[in-house]
Design a protein around this ligand. Sequence first.
Ligand code: ADP
Ligand code: ZN
Ligand code: ZN
Length: 739
Amino acid sequence: MKPSRHTVIQVALPVPLRQTFDYLPKGDMAVSGIVPGRRVKVPFGKRQLIGIVTGVLPHSDFGDDKLKAVSALLDEAPAVTAPVFQLCQWAADYYQHSLGEVLAAALPTQLRTQDDSWEATTVRWQLTQKGRLIGLEQLGRAKRQQQALQILREHPNGLHHPMLTGLGIQPAVLNTLLAKGLVEQHEDGPPREHWHRERVLAESPLTLNEEQQHALAEINSADGFATFLLEGVTGSGKTEIYLQAITHCLQQGKQALVLVPEIGLTPQTLHRFQQRFAVPVMGFHSNLNDRERLQSWRKLRDGEAAILVGTRSSLFTPMEKLGLIIVDEEHDLSYKQQEGFRYNARDLAIMRGKIENVPVVLGSATPALETLHNARNGRYRHVVLSQRAGQALLPRFRVIDIRQKALTHGMAPELLDGMKQTLQAGRQVLVFINRRGFAPVLMCHDCGWFKECPHCDHRMTCHANPARLHCHHCNYQCSIPRYCGHCKSTDLRPVGMGTERLEDNLATLFPKFPVIRIDRDTTQRKHALAQHLERVQQGQPCIIVGTQMLAKGHHFPKLTLVAVCDIDAGLFAADFRATEHTAQLLMQVAGRSGRAGEQGTVVLQTHQPSHPLLQTLLNDGYSRFATELINERKLLGMPPFGYLALLRAESTEPRLASAFLNQMGQWLQNQVELNGVEVWGPAPALMPKKARRFRFQLMLRSDQRGALQRVLKLCIPKAEASAGHQVRWSIDVDPVTLD
Ligand code: ADP
Ligand code: ZN
Ligand code: ZN
């Protein structure tokens, strides 16, 4: 086989294989314009795929006869701009994922699946010399052609196609004139929107307090890349700082990228950005259809839109003049993609800042331990807001020991009293419970049997409306059984409390006040969440019942009492990160209370009132609490002091996945390069069976990121060769949960 002497185009394709593919240019294609990041359409097996050019080489290792030609070069300009391309390359390498899949994930859906160009052009029609001189009567009785010619004579610079059709000129008429040589077509770019750095604001900013002024000055002083941790208690005015830092950025003619955890959950946030600025603000939310999203994407890419507010994947949006990146609620778990290309958008945001040489601001009241550690050791610049903005005070905590206490529907008398007083004073109450549904189990009162999900071996949650059992892990649902699956007794009773049941109970206990339940079940309908939130905003006394959806950034001015019915589950979970996540959730929920005027109260019910971590958290605050956890992690060599990766495997036949990981584990132990990397397991995952698949994992740990990366690289060809068809495997670098 003779290697090809022709120029070949290297293409990354959206397939799991971790390699690029070589293609020949087609016919007379000019190779000079084929730059990395450009979209191409290529034959792949029997299919045509859209891929991204990664390079052009003078020759290939494969013979000409093995190589196929590119079917089409798409677009004029690269869809993946140079900095985004570099980011994707880095991410594919670090997260051990196929570059083609990473690049595909970085593109809007339409560019991934359709070969139309995104470079919207508009056709302009103009008269030719002949068209200008010809007498209208020479067109005979063709009235419509005369009419078109007449209109174009009034517009010597031509008219855009939509304008002409809007004036009633049929495209067929224009084409006839074209054939006669009377008119010609020009392609214009879309009309460019412009925004002006001199006219950025639509409303005047708030006057910052001293701490805020200092924080803003720090951030604005950045010249090029720097990472900031803006650690500010809930309600300290972090968002106001983002707005003013963005103002500074826009005034230099640059764009800003704002990542938020779940835009659908906090419509308020996007609204605040749109209200503040006179420049185009794009929100990437789920109500956009693919076409609208592509349009916004193009405007951001070309610098016509000034600000992008979006979730995780917005990170990959090309922006011509990027000047600032903000990651709001940086500790939020939704920044980690949990399947397929498992990346952490917060970490990649920092990498993007580095590549584009722009500052990155990570904001949170409860920073992730990794982030806090980096801020304390000086790798990030640490800016602190210790007080609430305006007149608001931080809420007081009150712990209720519920050991041996008689509870009404899971609530202690003191709590019920507090709720009553709050409501009667015209304020709002939030009851937080992180379990949706009616009850976590439906149990046989005679023998203790309960139904497990047939696909997950996990108890099924009981729902009342509509009545069903529902597996929250795989979505399997079935009707409520009439009798026990073991002893046939008909005495099946819901045990424990979920949002639905709590809603019912509270409505009975407080008949005069509306109960508003906010969880995934009550917010599925479009706009449902916004409607619920609006009711709360109106400020009438009410009880809000909800899950962690309520923890995210909401601002309810009339809310003064927050109750957490059961904090214990989170304190004793098996996942080593569970304590950190529980504390973050608790502080965020607590932070919804007393945000305007009157001081708020947070009531916690627990069987563990003297739990040391709970004590530290409540008495000394999140920062001290985090210090204790960080010290604990240091002893264990866990992040941020060690680096982790999981090699996960699953199969419908349990033996296959565990045998595969056993083999990988032994092989890894024998690698000389293993020095400095520990291999633990394999062990069943925390959720050992999910959706009919048995799940196992092998954990790799090292004190050195580089050593871990080298071992993972070795692993991949070995895993690809030994997994076999029935085992699904994946690598999770820097996992955030172990389930
Ligand atoms: P965070 O993002 O830290 O939770 P926000 O930016 O939402 O805090 O601010 C909380 C509340 O305080 C908002 O209603 C905001 O308008 C108000 N606020 C922020 N900064 C100031 C300020 N300097 N003066 C008065 N009110 C402020
Ligand atoms: Zn039974
Ligand atoms: Zn299930």
